[in-house]
Design a protein around this ligand. Structure first.
Ligand SMILES: Nc1ncnc2c1ncn2[C@@H]1O[C@H](COP(=O)(O)OP(=O)(O)OP(=O)(O)O)[C@@H](O)[C@H]1O
Length: 312
């Protein structure tokens, strides 16, 4: 379990992490999301004691990371800047780590196997591709068989097979009852692997929620209806929780809070002709954009939100 309380980090007058309160629970995959510069890496560095909080605290399994006697057996972390001696082989790198942390040598062979590095374990780590480097970093994170696993952008540089491998690995680790905390920019990826989401923007907590709730709060499914009589259909559909919008003079309506089936049945009951009835789910990507729109530090000239294909 990871427990952050009013966790804050300032660099000069820049507040990178601003009073974060969250708990990452065991037995599930928790995604850590946020736009560039939101404070994800800084938070992760503080979790493993690579950076000291300016104020507040963060504990892993009840203690600050540095106060654990065998930290590698407690938390396995893959952070972006991994320092590996380029001349050393993957196997030797892992052996050295195991030796200095009192981890049995056979565990090195196990993680090499687990990370799919068997065929390259004796090659110089300096010659590794980005994807192989990621796998080696993950092997190192799992070396101590830790109860808590924390990975910063683990799918970076991985090919589709590697992405699938990570997906299964994360789920397996969570199913074994471990705490799994993973940051990513890829919302679509998070939708597939994470059960729970912690979303930050400009160092602040924006949401601590499930994937399903985030999508529901962003408006859930929208149904586009094209009808001969939009004014009457609006009246017929009106009710608690149903929201109907449409431009004056247009035959097209956007409906939330009612399914395509319910709308079709209501229209038929009142003899209203429909020309089109299309249901569209809000993706995690859209829900995330909605939530973080005001917290994005670096805006491009056209944001994806403006080009989601809604009628102009
Ligand atoms: N050592 C540092 N000195 C000064 N500012 C820093 C330092 N480290 C991070 N920052 C700033 O703190 C903010 C948060 O950075 P951080 O790397 O934690 O964000 P992030 O969410 O991991 O971003 P990304 O997704 O781009 O990796 C940024 O504005 C960054 O420029």
């Amino acid at each position: 379990m990871i427990d952050a309380r009013q966790l804050t980090k300032r660099y000069g007058d820049k507040t990178a992490v601003d009073g974060l309160d969250f708990v990452v629970k065991p037995g599930t995959v928790t995604g850590f999301l946020g736009p560039n510069g939101a404070g994800k890496s800084t938070t992760m560095r503080m979790i493993v004691g690579l950076d000291a909080p300016t104020s507040g605290s963060v504990t892993v399994n009840g203690r600050p990371y540095a106060r654990h006697q065998a930290p590698l057996q407690e938390v396995g972390a893959l952070l972006e800047a991994k320092s590996i001696h380029p001349g050393r082989s993957a196997a030797n790198h892992l052996r050295a780590l195991a030796l200095t942390h009192g981890i049995p040598r056979r565990r090195v062979d196990e993680v090499i196997e687990l990370a799919g590095l068997g065929s390259v374990a004796r090659k110089r780590a300096g010659a590794f591709s980005l994807g192989m480097g990621q796998r080696l970093g993950i092997a190192a994170a799992l070396l101590g068989d830790p109860q808590t696993v924390m990975l910063d952008e683990p799918v970076n540089g991985l090919d589709p097979e590697g992405v699938l491998w990570i997906r299964n690995l994360l789920k397996t680790l969570a199913d074994e009852g471990r705490t799994v905390f993973v940051s990513s920019h890829l919302m679509s990826e998070m939708a597939l692997v994470a059960d729970h989401l912690i979303i930050v923007g400009r160092g602040r907590l924006l949401a601590d929620t499930t994937v399903g709730d985030l999508i529901r709060e962003a408006g859930g499914d929208t149904v586009t209806v094209v009808t001969q009589d939009p004014a009457r259909l609006r009246d017929v559909l009106a009710g608690p929780g149903v929201d109907v919008t449409g431009r004056i003079g247009s035959e097209e309506l956007q409906v939330t809070g009612a399914t395509a089936r319910e709308i079709g049945l209501k229209a038929a009951e009142h003899g209203i002709a429909l020309f089109e009835l299309t249901s569209r789910s809000v993706s995690l990507e859209e829900a995330f954009m909605d939530l973080t729109r005001d917290a994005v530090e670096y805006h491009g000239s056209t944001t994806a939100v403006e080009t989601l294909g809604r009628p102009a």
